[in-house]
Design a protein around this ligand. Structure first.
Ligand SMILES: [Mn+2]
Length: 299
């Protein structure tokens, strides 16, 4: 059912190195869903732009000294919950996301979901909870925003509420790069003693990374990357840009360290909203996805 040839999607890195579903250990899952974005629209075009840009990513990773894509199989799934084709309710998106990701985990695949808006992460994380009902895991969020509002603009599935849904699931969280929160979120962080590494602290305190790694309370982690966590001078193509984000080397060094010290069970890369005629956002996002694959498969 999941294992079908995708015809309408460019495979990650291009057809030359695309694996079959059965041979793949990594599955890229495009989820071009957009319904509640509040500022710049366009994240439903994020997965396609990232996949197209990925064809320009060099196979050889100069940091890891390997052609990761020839060491492990990467399969690109067909898009799900595609709001470019029709209206998709939040409930339907969450259900199809959870079911698809669950099937992929059951088939032994390492999943990297591509958004689409950040609310999708609730469905992805639910699939891991369903698969690991007794094993706690930490959700590490790279983001400019707390995303801890109970509801926003009338919806509990607004992209500004995704981490609140995860906190309410009872999962531990570590939030990295935060620089925009409401009064409600600031109060919740204090009340629940949530672990937050603010962007200002990251920029000024060199030991932040060590402290952040030490703060992860479980062996297993799920990584959710909202691309607006990165500085918008590097990735202007996001829906809600905020000045003062993570640098490329700050982010990738941290992510590599997470992979080296913890078991990463899955990832998502969310909120890419391409800027017309400027490819840097999607290329950087594609390179980040390749890093996430490489850090998990250092030969
Ligand atoms: Mn954000």
């Amino acid at each position: 059912m999941v294992a079908q040839i995708s015809t309408s999607v460019i495979p990650f890195l291009g057809a030359e190195v695309a694996a079959t579903y059965d041979a793949a250990s990594v599955v890229i899952l495009p989820i071009p869903y957009e319904a509640t974005t509040t500022y710049r629209r366009g994240c439903e075009n994020g997965p396609d732009a990232l996949l197209e840009a990925s064809q320009q990513v060099e196979y050889y990773d100069e940091e890891l000294e390997q052609e990761t894509c020839r060491e492990i199989g990467i399969y690109t799934h067909f898009p799900i919950a595609d709001t470019r084709l029709r209206t998709v309710s939040a409930e339907e998106m969450l259900q199809v996301t959870q079911q698809t990701v669950y099937q992929l985990i059951q088939d032994g695949k390492f999943v990297i979901a591509l958004g689409g808006e950040h609310s999708i992460t609730t469905g992805v994380v639910e699939a891991y909870r369903q698969f690991l009902p007794t094993e706690p895991f930490t959700v590490i969020q790279i983001d400019a925003h707390g995303d801890l509002r109970f509801s926003y603009e009338g919806s509990i599935h607004n992209h500004a509420c995704v981490m609140r849904r995860i906190v309410d699931m009872g999962l531990p969280t570590v939030q990295i790069g935060i620089r925009s929160i409401s009064q409600e979120e600031a109060s919740l962080i204090k009340e629940k003693h949530l672990t937050v590494f603010r962007a200002r602290e990251i920029a000024t305190q060199p030991d932040w990374m060590e402290r952040a790694i030490a703060s992860i309370p479980t062996a297993k982690v799920f990584l959710t990357v909202d691309l607006d966590g990165i500085d918008p001078t590097l990735i202007p193509g996001v829906g809600t840009p905020e000045p003062g984000g993570l640098s490329w080397y700050g982010l990738t060094t941290f992510l590599r360290s997470v992979f080296e010290t913890h078991q990463v069970i899955g990832c998502d890369v969310m909120e890419l909203a391409p800027v017309v005629d400027a490819v840097v956002s999607q290329f950087t996002a594609a390179k980040l996805v390749y890093k996430l694959i490489g850090y998990g498969h250092i030969v």
